[in-house]
Design a binder for this molecule. Structure first.
Ligand SMILES: C[S@@+](CC[C@H](N)C(=O)[O-])C[C@H]1O[C@@H](n2cnc3c(N)ncnc32)[C@H](O)[C@@H]1O
Length: 237
C-alpha cells in the first residue's frame, strides 16, 4: 500500500473502506478501548458551531463525528460526505441521527459545494489517506465561510516516550489482530494499513505548518493517547 500513489491509492482506500463498512464501528471501539467517541466529541467542541450553523463532516464514514455534532447542536445543518458509499449506507441506518445527516458522495480533493458554504469543516482520519494534503486543506478552506473553523482528527507517528514500545506492539500486532478476528479476511489489510499509514504520516507540528500554509490562522493542536492521536483546529483568514 505504501507504494501506491495518485488515483491508484484513492481507489485502494475507497475499496478498503467499502469492504469493512459493516464492522468498522465495532472495530473502532475495540482498538481505541472505547475512547474514540470522546475524541470525536472534542472535535465537535473545537468546531464551535453556532446553534443553527452548518457543518461539513468530510470523510464522515459511518457518521460518528456528524452524530456528535447533532448531539451538541440539534438544530445544526450537518452534511456527511465520503467517497466510500457503503460506509455512508451503514451511517444512514444508524439511529437516532442517521436520517438527520445530509449524506453526499464526494471526494475530499474536489468538494461539490459552493465557496463559503459552511461554518465549520471537520474530518476524522482523512488526512493520512489523501494523495494531496495541501489540495485537501485548500478545498476545506474554500467551502468555509470567512472566520469559519477547520478541525482535523488523525493519528500521529508514535513519539519517543516511555510508552513507545507498548504503542508499537499495539499498532503492529494488537490492531491487525483485532481487525482480523472481528472483520475477517476482508478487514485484515485495512488494519495493517492503519499502522503503516500512521508511521508514514506527518507529526502534529508538521501538520500544523501545512494548515497554516493553506491560509488558516490561530492554528492549534492537542495531542492525545500518549501522542498517537492529534486534533488540530484553526480559523479561515
Ligand atoms: C478511518 S475512516 C473515518 C470515518 C469517520 N470520519 C470516523 O471518524 O469514524 C476514513 C474515511 O475517509 C474516507 N476517505 C478517505 N479518502 C477520502 C477522499 N479523498 N474523499 C472522501 N472520503 C475519503 C474513507 O472512505 C473512510 O470512510
Amino acid at each position: 500500500m505504501a507504494e501506491l500513489h495518485g488515483d491508484e491509492r484513492s481507489e485502494y482506500v475507497q475499496a478498503m473502506f467499502d469492504r469493512i463498512a459493516g464492522r468498522y464501528d465495532l472495530i473502532n471501539r475495540l482498538i481505541s478501548g472505547g475512547q474514540d467517541l470522546k475524541w470525536r466529541r472534542f472535535v465537535v467542541e473545537m468546531a464551535a458551531l453556532p446553534p443553527d450553523g452548518s457543518l461539513l463532516d468530510i470523510a464522515a464514514g459511518t457518521g460518528d463525528i456528524a452524530f456528535e455534532a447533532l448531539k451538541l447542536a440539534p438544530d445544526a445543518q450537518v452534511v456527511g460526505a465520503d467517497f466510500a458509499l457503503q460506509m455512508m449506507q451503514v451511517g444512514r441506518r444508524r439511529a437516532p441521527f442517521g436520517r438527520q445527516v445530509a449524506w453526499t458522495g464526494a471526494d475530499a480533493l474536489q468538494l461539490p459545494y459552493a465557496s463559503g458554504s459552511f461554518d465549520a469543516v471537520v474530518s476524522g482520519y482523512l488526512m493520512r489517506n489523501v494523495v494531496d494534503i495541501g489540495q485537501t486543506l485548500g478545498e476545506q478552506r474554500r467551502v468555509l465561510k470567512p472566520g469559519g473553523r477547520i478541525v482535523i482528527l488523525d493519528t500521529s507517528p508514535p513519539p519517543k516516550n516511555a510508552f513507545k514500545p507498548l504503542i508499537l506492539l499495539h499498532l503492529r500486532y494488537g490492531i491487525p489482530l483485532i481487525g482480523r478476528v472481528i472483520g475477517g479476511k476482508e478487514a485484515s489489510d485495512a488494519y495493517r494499513y492503519l499502522p503503516e499509514s500512521t508511521a508514514a504520516f506527518k507529526t502534529p507540528r508538521e501538520l500544523a505548518r501545512l494548515v497554516e500554509a493553506a491560509g488558516f490562522e490561530n492554528v492549534r493542536f492537542k495531542s492525545l493517547m500518549f501522542g498517537t492521536m492529534a486534533v488540530h483546529w484553526a480559523v479561515k483568514r
